[in-house]
Design a binder for this molecule. Sequence first.
Ligand SMILES: C[S@@+](CC[C@H](N)C(=O)[O-])C[C@H]1O[C@@H](n2cnc3c(N)ncnc32)[C@H](O)[C@@H]1O
Length: 211
Amino acid sequence: MSLRLPDSGAPTGPDGRRHAPSADRNAEAILAVLRDEAPEGRMLEIAAGTGQHAARFAAALPALLWQPTDVDPANLPSIEAWREASGAPNLRAPILLDATRPGWPARHPCEALLIVNLLHLIPETEAAAVLCHAASALTPGGTLFLYGPFLRDGRPGSAGDESFDASLRAQNPEIGLKDSTWIEERLAEAGLAVRRIEMPAHNLMFVARRT
Ligand SMILES: C[S@@+](CC[C@H](N)C(=O)[O-])C[C@H]1O[C@@H](n2cnc3c(N)ncnc32)[C@H](O)[C@@H]1O
């Protein structure tokens, strides 16, 4: 079932690029964290969506070889159109990847991994699988960047998050915002040292390093 999300129906430009307003709003704050914390090497972006982040971040961070991925084949043309428009030589063509399925970490070992606004869209068991797979894809010293809206002690961080969470659960009772402590426990179990950073608009970024 496709979900009704605030960015659903992001318009497609004549060159095939789609624009999600949320990806414009949060890009600068996410990039600031990546600039400070990302190691050099291979960056695997899970759930790249429109491809806006991939184009912007790869151009700004030339020491990273950026590989955008998404589970939905319909997203690949937009990601590719953003790649062509960016001209960034360190941005690779997008590939299909379902982050909940086993097997991909062995095919895509990486020094850095980015996941933005995915975990609230999938059930808890799948979110746990994504975190476990992400941890095992990281090389020693590698870092996972996990961004999005999360519950804090089981409670939404804002009235906006509360209604967003309710609208997700109304569409599918198995999905919705995950709790920040639950995330930290899963990442620690997977062998990562995790830190959380408060981000604008009540979002969080987890920076989790393989020690
Ligand atoms: C809300 S969009 C976020 C896109 C982008 N990260 C951003 O912030 O603009 C969620 C994305 O997750 C992708 N997705 C959903 N389930 C996935 C899965 N199991 N593996 C990989 N990507 C998935 C969707 O196709 C969609 O592109």
